[in-house]
Ligand binder design. Structure first.
Ligand SMILES: Nc1ncnc2c1ncn2[C@@H]1O[C@H](COP(=O)(O)OP(=O)(O)O)[C@@H](O)[C@H]1O
Ligand SMILES: [Mg+2]
Length: 341
């Protein structure tokens, strides 16, 4: 279905006026407040293989009717699996400017919107974040590693990600509406070093797109694309290794693969007089990138499985007949018994 594109901004509060962007695109003005805009990311990124998830992301960003709004999906997956690349490639496919905001645990609400900076002449200059620059210029913003960000910062984005599509800058005293072409997505790592995002925010970040490990051919194509100068044996060793790791449920990623090959190539190039065998260089690279455990994938996978199993308490016979909280549960710890009743 063809997409409707327009310059008009919808879903914005009456209080806000339209934003005017300077001819060279470096500053914008709203309600008499002028602010500097950020620069678009120019990195060229192709998305290789896994065409379905790219189509899903592009579908989220389609607007099919005057009453319709784009979706803001969450892109989830283990570190290094290609989440940011996917967002970058989708922006490129739509031929829109790309802005990336790196979320961290100490991102403040104003970092996401507008920050005041002291100019050379001692006057305050307002700087728009990559997010606000994308909103104003009608670009794409990737909020990268969104689950590192705390609740207070997320709260400032609540109106942006529903039908209101605006943010408020307390510091500059303006409400900034988004351009109709503005699109966004949030990437989230599946690791533990993150905050819980509150439900009212999660409910705005829909749907969830899960990036999976690539199949063998795609994984080879990804490595070849990034390392066209690497010898075939090193690529083969690495793809075999990664595919075995994926099969065992270990979360070694294409990014790990890129680093392994890069380091092995450099080690081989360095030792021209006493050439390291490719095998040796590759084993060293795995060891240096992933640790010595990684050379024994099966043992590592078994150890991780056991560690995960130990976190879950084993099931007893009583678990089949009673809820865990049931006072009649035969394995219920004694100290939880309500003896006073
Ligand atoms: N499908 C893919 N196509 C192209 N490059 C990929 C793909 N998957 C992973 N990569 C490469 O792997 C590396 C890690 O990807 P990145 O998007 O940074 O991962 P994440 O954001 O999930 O941590 C990058 O060098 C990226 O280009
Ligand atoms: Mg990333």
């Amino acid at each position: 279905m063809a997409e409707r594109r327009s310059k008009a901004t919808r879903g914005t509060p009456n209080r806000t006026q339209s934003v005017s962007v300077s001819r060279e695109g470096r500053t914008a003005e709203l309600d008499g407040v002028r602010f500097q805009l950020g620069r678009a990311d120019q990195t060229e990124r192709e998305w290789i293989g896994q065409g379905e998830i790219l189509r899903q992301l592009l579908a989220c960003w389609l607007v099919v009717d005057a009453q319709d709004l784009p979706l803001v999906p969450r892109i989830r997956g283990v570190p290094g699996i290609g989440k940011t690349t996917l967002g970058m490639a989708a922006a490129r496919r739509r031929q829109q400017e790309l802005y990336i905001f790196q979320c961290t645990a100490d991102t403040r609400p104003e970092d996401l919107i507008i920050t005041p900076v002291l100019g050379d002449d001692g006057k305050i200059v307002y700087h728009a974040s990559p997010l606000v620059t994308a909103m104003v210029r009608g670009g794409v913003c990737i909020l990268d590693e969104g689950n590192r960000m705390n609740e207070k910062s997320w709260a400032s984005l609540a109106p942006l990600f529903d039908q209101r599509r605006y943010v408020e800058s307390i510091i500059a005293g303006i409400m900034i509406p988004s351009h109709a072409d503005f699109r966004a997505c949030v990437t989230m790592n599946e690791d533990e070093s993150t905050f819980e995002i509150p439900d009212y925010i999660l409910s705005r970040l829909q749907p969830t797109l899960e990036v999976q490990f690539p199949e063998r051919d795609d994984e080879m194509a990804i490595l070849e694309y990034h390392l066209p100068f690497a010898e075939r044996d090193l690529l083969d060793l690495t793809v075999d290794f990664l595919q075995r790791a994926h099969g065992l449920g270990l979360d070694f990623s294409p990014r790990d693969g890129v680093h392994i090959v890069q380091y092995a190539v450099k080690r081989c190039a360095q030792e021209r007089a006493h050439p390291l065998s490719k095998d040796e260089a590759w084993r060293e690279a795995v060891l240096r990138v992933l640790g010595d455990e990684a050379l024994e994938l099966e043992t590592l996978a078994e150890r991780r499985r056991r560690a995960q199993g130990a976190q879950r308490s084993p099931l007893g016979l009583g678990d089949f007949f009673f809820d865990p909280d049931d006072p009649l549960h035969p394995d219920r710890p004694l100290e939880e018994d309500d003896e006073d009743d």
